[in-house]
Ligand binder design. Structure first.
Ligand SMILES: Nc1ncnc2c1ncn2[C@@H]1O[C@H](COP(=O)(O)OP(=O)(O)OP(=O)(O)O)[C@@H](O)[C@H]1O
Length: 443
């Protein structure tokens, strides 16, 4: 009912006598204010000019922006009635948050996350009358410890401002907290409960794969508008278990080339972000280990869109389809591997090579093999690699895991399982990505 209501606005075009009629749907309105003329420094009172409504505008290509519409009226009574009535309607949208826990990583990208939040996001939250409780992280793991202990029931949602490392720490924190509150034994083969609060991700990092995948664009204002408007998107999430228990919750993992590249990039954090990424890719390609069975294995429950792969590292999966895409790149020449990588940035099929295998799975175990033999003496020969439900895949050599852009120390066996729609993120992609091609300067 509320979605069908609209305000019709008649505007006099100043230099012609034409009258332009527009309408605004109330589902697109997120704030209303009384508009007054005040002199410099005046905080209260002033001459009433009318009311201003603030609308979330879809600018196309998944980009949202706020837009103000001024409705002139000099009557206090009239404006107050409209103001109150519109306020009541806005308070009736159930998914729109009124109170948020915000976590900002001041260290992300070029250390501008705080500025992005203060200048682009906080004013919109204020306009929408959303209360915020802000933590500026002081060290790695700070966001996680805050989420483990804070009184989450006071909030309608959690927001993080940073890159993938921060988002992944917060996703893990929110989901682990939900299991603790529900009394789940996370070290067993448990069925996780859903995160009770939606999570908003404001992209302010170097790659922003998670935000890009859930918004279709890397744009802090768009991310903020999704939160304010209460756009909910259910998203599949995975558990990563080793023999010692739960390692973490997350959306994607890479082992092999993807893990080594991230490890090298992290060692060179003093370099500017793009230069660091290109340097790490080139150096890892130069030292490509050609002795194992696989050059890279990736497991992705979300499409993993990023600037070098605008259609996604896993374009064949959806945010909420309850499955993961497993891409295994078998050992091949460096030249062929580069051809495969380059196709992520253009429209050619990156999987159409004899050395690339693609599977849809719900569960997978990855085992690494040391030079002297399999890390596990229980290795099952000829593991079921072709099942659509469960697979075991074995790799040679040692390297860290790249889980959602965060490094995790090597574990001899990691068991990854997808849990359909385990978390709700603020967002939603409204238009498919256009067919733009991207050049990665280093390939
Ligand atoms: N105050 C801090 N000092 C140092 N590191 C921090 C601090 N707060 C958080 N961190 C850690 O910084 C790491 C990197 O941050 P983040 O991922 O947000 O940025 P990024 O690496 O620039 O972006 P991306 O992951 O998208 O490439 C995270 O793992 C986070 O835990």
């Amino acid at each position: 009912m509320m979605n069908n209501m609209r305000i019709e606005v008649k505007q006099n075009m100043c230099d012609t006598s034409q009258c332009k009629e527009e309408f605004v749907e109330l589902k697109d309105v997120f704030a209303v204010k009384l508009k007054r003329r005040r002199s410099v420094g005046q905080q209260k009172g002033g001459t009433l000019l009318g009311i201003t409504i603030f609308v979330c505008m879809n600018k196309g290509q998944n980009k949202f922006k706020e837009h103000a519409i001024h409705l002139s009226n000099l009557s206090e009574d009239h404006c107050n009635i409209w103001f109150k009535h519109l306020k009541d309607i806005l308070n009736g949208f159930p998914n729109r948050p009124k109170s948020l826990k915000v976590i900002v990583n001041p260290h992300s990208h070029k250390k501008e996350a705080k500025q992005i939040y203060d200048e682009q996001v906080a004013p919109l939250f204020k306009l929408a009358d959303i209360k915020t409780d802000i933590t500026i992280t002081e060290y790695q793991g700070h966001a996680f410890s805050v989420l483990k202990e804070c009184e989450l029931q006071e909030f309608d949602g959690v927001v993080c401002v940073g890159g993938d490392g921060t988002a992944s720490e917060v996703v893990h924190g929110v989901l682990l907290r939900a299991q603790m509150d529900a009394g789940r034994d996370t070290d067993s083969n448990f069925t996780p409960v859903r995160a009770p609060l939606p999570l908003g991700i404001i992209p302010a990092g170097s790659t922003n794969v998670i935000a890009f995948s859930v918004h279709g664009i890397k744009h802090p204002v768009t991310a903020a508008m999704h939160i304010i408007m209460g756009h909910h998107q259910a998203v599949d999430a995975c558990t990563f278990h080793s023999h010692n228990g739960l390692l973490r919750f997350g959306f994607s993992a890479m082992f092999g080339f993807g893990g080594r590249t991230l490890a090298l990039a992290e060692k060179h954090r003093w370099m500017p972000p793009n230069q660091r990424r290109d340097f790490a890719i080139i150096k890892t390609l130069t030292n490509l280990n050609m002795q194992g069975h696989f050059l890279n294995v990736s497991i992705m429950a979300i499409p993993c869109l990023c600037s070098v792969a605008p259609r996604g590292l896993a374009p064949n999966t959806r945010l909420d389809n309850g499955s993961m895409v497993l891409t295994a790149v078998r050992n091949t020449s460096r030249a062929d591997f580069i051809k495969h990588l380059k196709r992520y940035g253009n429209l050619k099929n990156q999987f159409n090579f004899p050395f690339v295998e693609l599977y849809t799975v719900q569960e997978v175990k990855i085992r690494s093999r040391t030079k002297s033999g399999w890390a596990e003496d229980t290795y099952e020969e000829n593991a079921d690699f072709h099942s659509h439900h469960s697979s075991v895949i074995s790799l040679e050599g040692s390297c860290p895991w790249n889980i959602d852009g965060d490094l995790m120390d090597e574990a001899s066996e990691v068991h990854i399982k997808v849990h359909p729609q385990l978390i709700t993120l603020y967002g939603g992609i409204f238009e498919e990505c256009d067919d733009s091609t991207v050049k990665c300067s280093c390939l």
